[in-house]
Design a protein around this ligand. Structure first.
Ligand SMILES: Nc1nc2c(ncn2[C@@H]2O[C@H](COP(=O)(O)OP(=O)(O)OP(=O)(O)O)[C@@H](O)[C@H]2O)c(=O)[nH]1
Ligand SMILES: [Mg+2]
Length: 222
C-alpha cells in the first residue's frame, strides 16, 4: 500500500475560531465542497461507519477523508483501503480540531477533485463539540455499549449535531440500551437532530444515512 500522508496541524492563536469557521464555510460553498464533521467517543465506530458510507456513495460522489488523531495512521490506512482519498492529521496532543486546523487538513487533502470531504474528529465527546470546524453539518455516533443516557451527560455534543447515528445495534440484546429513551434525550437537547440506528458491522441502516448525506451534499452544491 502507498505511504499515507501525515500532516501535523497547528492550532490558530490569532483570529477568533468562529470567524475562521465562517470564512472556511464560505470558501467551501464557493468551491461546492461539502464538509462533514464526524464526532464520537473513542471506538464508537467512526472509521467502520465511514468505510460503509464510502462504499454506499463512491459511485455518485467524489469523497476525501481526513482522519484526525493524536498519533498513528491506522484510520487513514483503513480508509485508503476503500479506494477513497485519505490523509492522516496529527493534532500535536490536542483532543479536537479547530477551523484553522481543519483548513490546513483540507489544503493537505486537496479539494479540487472532491464533492464530499469528511473529517473524522478526535474520539472525544467534550472538546470537539466546543469548536466549530467550518463543517457544513455535524454528525455524531453514539454506540449501544455507551448507554442511552449520553445526551444527558454531554449536552453540547448533542446540541451541535444535525444527526445522531446510534451504532452497534447488533449488540442491543446484551445491553440495557433503550432506543426510545435515547431518542427522547436527544430531542431534549436538540429537537431538530435526526436519529438513525445503524450497524456499521452488517451495514444495517447505512442506506438511510447515505440518503441523508447525499441529499445534504446535493443541496449544498445547488
Ligand atoms: N459489534 C459491532 N462492532 C462494531 C460496529 N461498528 C464498529 N465496531 C467495532 O468497534 C471497534 C471500534 O470501531 P472503529 O470504527 O475503529 O471506531 P472509531 O470511532 O473510529 O475509533 P477511534 O478512531 O479510535 O475513536 C472495532 O473493533 C469495530 O470493529 C458495529 O456496528 N457492531
Ligand atoms: Mg477511527
Amino acid at each position: 500500500m502507498d505511504n499515507i500522508k501525515i500532516l501535523e496541524v497547528k492550532q490558530s492563536i490569532f483570529a477568533s475560531n468562529d470567524e475562521q469557521a465562517a470564512a472556511l464555510r464560505a470558501d467551501l460553498k464557493a468551491k461546492k465542497v461539502f464538509l462533514l464533521n464526524l464526532m464520537s467517543a473513542p471506538g464508537s465506530g467512526k472509521t467502520t461507519t465511514l468505510r460503509r458510507t464510502i462504499a454506499a456513495l463512491k459511485d455518485e460522489l467524489r469523497i476525501g477523508v481526513m482522519e484526525a488523531d493524536i498519533d498513528s495512521d491506522v484510520d487513514a490506512r483503513a480508509i485508503a483501503g476503500t479506494g477513497a482519498k485519505s490523509i492522516q492529521l496529527h493534532t500535536g496532543g490536542m483532543c479536537h480540531l479547530d477551523a484553522e486546523m481543519t483548513r490546513q487538513g483540507l489544503e493537505g487533502l486537496g479539494t479540487g477533485d472532491i464533492d464530499l470531504a469528511i473529517l473524522e474528529n478526535v474520539g472525544n465527546l467534550v472538546c470537539p463539540a466546543e469548536f466549530d470546524t467550518g463543517a457544513v453539518k455535524n454528525a455524531m455516533i453514539l454506540s449501544v455499549p455507551e448507554g442511552h443516557d449520553k445526551p444527558l451527560k454531554y449536552p453540547l455534543m448533542f446540541q451541535v449535531c444535525d444527526i445522531v447515528l446510534v451504532n452497534k445495534i447488533d449488540v442491543m440484546p446484551y445491553f440495557d440500551f433503550d432506543l426510545d429513551k435515547c431518542r427522547e434525550y436527544v430531542a431534549m437537547r436538540n429537537p431538530k437532530a435526526k436519529v438513525i440506528p445503524i450497524c456499521a458491522k452488517t451495514g444495517e441502516g447505512i442506506d438511510e444515512w447515505a440518503d441523508w448525506l447525499r441529499e445534504q451534499v446535493r443541496e449544498w452544491q445547488r
